[in-house]
Design a protein around this ligand. Sequence first.
Ligand code: TXA
Ligand code: MG
Length: 337
Amino acid sequence: MADTFHRVTGTLWLHPGRKAILKAARIICAGGLVAFPTETVYGLGAAAVNPAAVAGIFAVKGRPADNPLIVHVADQSQVDRITSSVPEKARYLMEKFWPGPLSLVLPRSSAVPDQVSAGLSTVAVRMPDHPVALQLIDAAGVPIAAPSANRSGRPSPTCARHVLSDLAGRIDAVLDGGFCRVGLESTVLDLTGPHPVILRPGGVTREILSSALGEPVLRSFWNGVAAPPSPGMKYRHYSPMAPLILATGPRIRRLRFLDNLAAFYRNRGIKVCLLNQAFDKGRVEGEQDLAKRLYRELRRCDDEHVGIILAEGVSIRGIGAAVMNRLGKAAVRVIRV
Ligand code: TXA
Ligand code: MG
């Protein structure tokens, strides 16, 4: 793509060529904020070693200060800089799944400011599988701390337009790399305890991780009372404007239930979006495709001023676990039929 850019209410919209990436890297090094594409979702990046820049991320997103950020690296030496020890298991997983949608929680080094880790003794780190992200980190010469580039609580952005619709005028630039290939955030895997524990399901599934490691991989849930294993668990997330109702249970029953509910709302003049029903009509290739389209569909509901979203649960096998995790958090009600 050519090196072109224009401004959207104060935010540079960059089409990533060599010059644009250098420009974005200079902004990062000067303490600015740049949104960039990864294979999962767009990230909102700042130099991970610059506490003031990192504080800016929290401010523009409206993110609670106790929710730590993932640090993005382009090579192994950057991992050594931000961690205090790297277990063999972690090295093996980096070798096998990086670059890719897997964030590893490891003990952090003193190079990581408190703001990044929200005061925890650990840091989450990943190497994104996207040439623009890797070139940006490389050109900046520092690891980049980046949450998803949305206002806190909103669906993650899977294209530059989504980023701008939440953050135009609040951030310095966005590198436009088109749509994200995976469409859901990375798996967050805690490697600081005796067993590997998934804190957030994502692009690399539990089944794949346990078969790679040759041991069971646990899945962590929050009981809603004690401190959550990952601070992100306690916040409502991924929410479109309209309320979302999620129906789970046997397929025939949940479809009948959703059809009835849709008729109920339509009869009252409320615009309904039935989500996941696309499976039936053969418009979705499979669960990977559903994952890829989920946030786009939720944001489309906003654009089309949908009044209520009725979503059908999917199987929690493979990437389905991540899809159901996001739908569960987006939902105002989960109904088992
Ligand atoms: O795919 C992704 O992971 C995207 C792209 C941009 O890389 N990033 C992303 O970041 O989804 P964010 O901030 O939206 O979600 C990070 C999650 C949060 O739930 C946070 O609580 C958790 O990771 N997390 C980060 N650091 C952690 C740590 N040290 N210990 C436990 N959980 C951590
Ligand atoms: Mg997020």
